[in-house]
Design a protein around this ligand. Structure first.
Ligand SMILES: Nc1nc2c(c(=O)[nH]1)N[C@H]1C(S)=C(S)[C@@H](COP(=O)(O)OP(=O)(O)OC[C@H]3O[C@@H](n4cnc5c(=O)[nH]c(N)nc54)[C@H](O)[C@@H]3O)O[C@H]1N2
Ligand SMILES: Nc1nc2c(c(=O)[nH]1)N[C@H]1C(S)=C(S)[C@@H](COP(=O)(O)OP(=O)(O)OC[C@H]3O[C@@H](n4cnc5c(=O)[nH]c(N)nc54)[C@H](O)[C@@H]3O)O[C@H]1N2
Ligand SMILES: [Mo]
Length: 765
């Protein structure tokens, strides 16, 4: 990796010709155009395959090209014609591969054969599937169930995920952390308390009826670009979009639809955001409190003057609880505190509040900018409070819209991937399979890391993902990982987590979702749940990278056979499931009839079939049967880390438009105008001078945490950037060594990657 980067502001809209060029380049480099001409036409289509990129909703009437630049890159990356087998590994030791960058590792192509780590030569050597499972089973059978972790990244299908959670529970634990633990877990913890569902209430149709949109901490142009179609349509109707983000993100500023000839031939681009508020990282609770205060005080004034109410009084009276407390807190909060904590001005917040008050149907969209904070749960609840004030939940054109990350991360939770036993249908599993599911709390991402550090976790099974790079405290965790007795990695591409072996380590290559999956009953389909709670079928269309690959359901079933006592394994029809995934769907429907009845028939419904979301009908599945206002505990981002020292900066970690999480397609960040290197920090010019540096200087970044552990990332280059003073941005995963494991959201335990306390030090020569 290099830090010989340069910057070049990106003057163009998101989408547009730049996007078309990038899509072509991505397909070409990976040799995809030659592999199957019409493949991309099947992306996100009924009877086609669901994109392996983000989880944004797939419309019932898709565009001919229902994909975006990011999705095309993800597709090209998965079905690349590059591949590696045993030869590759005979040439490289793990020690050598550990010196490669994330980009270099994945770009060698698809894994094709099952591999066993040979400690004597420090190389992966080819093994047979049978030998691999025999050895893995021999390790797992005698282990204490509590010492084994079953991680999953949010890409695996509903079918695979259901089988995986059942295998883990039959093995004897609820140790099912998933990528959601680092992502939208704050949402899943926040919303059941406020509106009684763990997911959003908005569907695509709502975008057509909304008359105002509020956007918090989500980078739509890069991370869910297909949503730009809904936003563009909404903007063409003239509705206001108000954005809260410390960075002025290209996709949130303007968009040219690469699928519209008119947009491409004329310079006409759509302005997306009508009011852009560059909130300080971690300042959203304060900003939202400002909005709520403005609305509540305007309502007080309207009542005093006998004018029409500003708030939706009948809704507040008939549907909610906790309003008086919350309103009292809002009135009591000073504008001084709000302005200081959000770094936004009162006048701007009042303007935004007025726009909100004029609208009848408001959607609140959010992403990692709210969830990955010490007060991530509270941030989400503040957005919910704000929407409830005018009854903007549970009516058409309005609602709360968390934008999920991985393409099936929401669905995994729906079919039982959770470490929280109370969220899994344990009684039903007991009835359906005749075993006693474990009732104790399992490990989440943070507690699994703690277990790795204290040695209580002895085996780590990864269904996809790149845990070592995605998790916090990289430099602390990596050495601990080496103490594992067993590491089993099920993956499509080589990554860092595969290169830090335990005593016994296997790397098992699987089919991707875009590939044709042939089993005994013929070609199989799988299913996923999108961000709006709609379930879609997905059928692979590309020839597999190798005929030695196995599907994820087949691997999970073989794992179950290897690790479970035979009589326990016999309690579920694993072999029949692998032969025909429709049988897994029947089992899912039996476990969750309300959501998945007639699963096989409904999965190809255009636009997907939606799971019941009672809050969308104003039925509140909360303990008191009402929607709850929750008064925030504090507006300070992190009282624990409050430091009087003014050389401590608040770092937020970001993704570029050339990455999917830890998968780095290339080193450019076109939309932000950063080229040729990710080892940079985006810093306000005033801070650069104030701290005695010059633009372009190399710095070492030191973590500032009360635990006394030295955390560092060395040799980052300072780039003067339009970011609020006191905040700096750096790339994930490169900056993860600076993120302390203990610095995570209250209640949800999502690592607080959007506010890391750091100091900059002149780079050691
Ligand atoms: N192409 C592509 N698509 C992806 C991914 C990818 O890596 N690449 N990842 C997928 C996954 S798993 C996820 S979870 C999603 C992530 O998608 P997002 O939710 O968009 O997450 P991030 O890119 O981490 O950053 C979100 C935005 O929050 C802003 N931000 C940072 N701190 C704050 C804050 O304190 N307040 C506010 N208001 N804003 C803040 C940042 O400037 C950035 O614009 O995308 C998914 N889709
Ligand atoms: N500092 C900081 N840290 C963060 C974040 C942040 O914003 N800042 N974001 C967090 C978030 S939101 C998330 S979701 C996590 C992501 O954490 P993970 O989900 O663990 O990581 P990914 O980078 O998505 O995983 C990529 C790997 O998945 C494997 N893979 C790809 N497709 C498949 C497939 O079809 N099957 C299988 N079995 N394997 C496959 C490939 O081998 C690839 O190398 O990171 C979190 N970490
Ligand atoms: Mo995510």
């Amino acid at each position: 990796m290099t830090n010989a980067s340069h910057t070049d502001p990106y003057p163009h809209p998101a989408g547009g010709w730049g996007s078309v060029k990038e899509v072509g380049a991505a397909l070409l480099t990976e040799g995809v155009l030659f592999k199957g001409g019409g493949l991309m036409l099947h992306q996100n289509k009924t009877e086609g395959y669901a994109c392996v990129g983000c989880a944004w909703a797939k419309p019932a009437n898709p565009h001919p090209f229902e994909f975006c630049e990011s999705g095309a890159k993800a597709t090209a990356w998965e079905i690349t014609s590059k591949k590696i087998g045993a030869d590759f590994f005979s040439q490289h030791t793990l020690a050598e591969l550990r010196t490669w960058s994330d980009h270099e590792l994945e770009s060698v192509g698809r894994l094709t054969v099952p591999l066993r780590w040979d400690p004597a030569s420090d190389r992966y050597v080819e093994t047979s599937w049978d030998a691999a499972f025999a050895a893995i089973g021999a390790e797992l059978r005698p282990m204490a169930p509590g010492s084994v972790v079953f991680y999953s990244s949010g890409r695996a299908s509903l079918e695979t995920s259901y089988m995986y959670q059942l295998a883990a529970r039959m093995y004897g634990n609820n140790n099912l952390p998933d990528s959601s633990n680092m992502c939208h877990e704050s949402t899943s913890v926040a919303l059941p308390k406020t509106i009684g569902v763990p997911i959003g209430t908005v569907v695509l149709d709502d975008f057509e009826q909304a008359d105002c949109i509020f956007f918090f901490g989500q980078n739509v142009g890069t991370n869910s670009p297909r949503m730009l179609h809904q936003l563009q349509e909404a903007r063409k109707r003239g509705i206001p979009v108000i954005t809260f983000n410390p960075l002025r993100e290209t996709g949130l500023l303007h968009f040219a639809n690469p699928q519209s000839p008119a947009d491409m031939l004329t310079p006409a681009e759509t302005q997306i955001t009508t009011q852009y508020l560059q909130v300080k990282a971690g300042g959203d609770s304060a900003a939202l409190m400002g909005l709520c205060k403005a609305l509540i005080e305007a309502d007080d004034a309207a009542q005093a003057a006998g004018n029409a109410r500003v708030l939706d009084a009948p809704f507040l009276a008939g549907h909610t609880s906790g309003f008086d407390d919350f309103a009292g807190a809002a009135r009591a909060t000073s504008w001084l505190d709000i302005e200081r904590e959000s770094s936004l001005g009162r006048a701007d917040l009042e303007t935004a509040a007025q726009t909100y008050a004029r609208a009848e149907r408001v959607i609140g969209i959010f992403g990692m900018g709210l969830t990955q904070h010490r007060h991530g749960v509270q941030n989400v609840q503040m957005l919910s409070n704000f929407l409830l004030l005018r009854g903007n939940i549970g009516k058409p054109g309005a609602g709360i819209c968390p934008v999920r990350g991985h393409s099936n991360v929401q669905g995994q939770r729906t079919v039982g991937i959770t470490e929280k036993p109370e969220l899994a249908p344990l009684a039903q599993l007991k009835k359906q399979y005749g075993f006693e599911p474990p009732r104790h709390k399992g490990l989440n991402t943070v507690t699994a890391c703690e277990g790795l550090l204290d040695g209580s976790v002895k085996a780590f099974i990864s269904l996809g993902g790149n845990f070592l790079r995605a998790a916090p405290d990289t430099d602390v965790l990596e050495p601990a990982w080496g103490k594992l007795r067993l590491s089993v990695q099920i993956a499509t591409k080589l990554n860092r987590s595969h290169l830090v072996p335990g005593a016994v380590s296997y790397l098992l290559p699987c089919l991707g979702r875009i590939e044709i999956d042939r089993q005994a009953s013929g070609e199989q389909a799988v299913s996923v749940e999108d961000s709006t709670g709609c379930m879609h079928g997905s059928r692979g269309r590309a020839e597999p990278a190798a005929d030695t690959l196995r599907s994820e359901p087949a691997i999970v079933a073989a794992l179950a056979r290897a690790m479970l006592p035979p009589e326990r394994f016999a309690l579920a029809p694993w072999d029949a499931w692998v032969a025909d995934y429709a049988e897994v769907r029947n089992a899912i429907a039996e476990t969750y009839p309300e959501i998945f009845h007639d699963f096989n028939a409904r999965m190809w419904q255009p636009g997907g079939f939606r799971r019941p979301v009672p809050a969308a009908q104003r039925v509140w599945k909360t303990p008191n049967g009402l929607a709850n206002f929750i008064t925030p505990a504090t507006l300070l981002e992190d009282p624990d880390q409050a430091s009087p020292r003014d050389d401590v900066l608040r770092m937020f970690t970001i993704r570029s438009d050339s990455q999917f999480n830890t998968t780095i397609y290339n080193e450019d960040d076109r939309f932000r105008g950063i080229y040729g290197g990710r080892r940079v920090l985006l810093v306000n010019a005033i801070d650069i001078i104030r701290l005695g540096f010059a633009e372009g200087a190399l710095v070492d970044v030191h973590g500032v945490a009360p635990d006394g552990i030295e955390r560092r990332v060395n040799g980052l280059r300072l780039v003067g950037y339009d970011v609020p003073p006191g905040c700096i941005a750096g790339y994930y995963p490169e900056c993860n060594p600076l993120l302390p494991l203990a610095h995570h959201a209250v209640e949800s335990m999502v690592p607080a990657g959007k506010s890391i306390a750091v100091r900059l030090v002149k780079a050691a020569a």
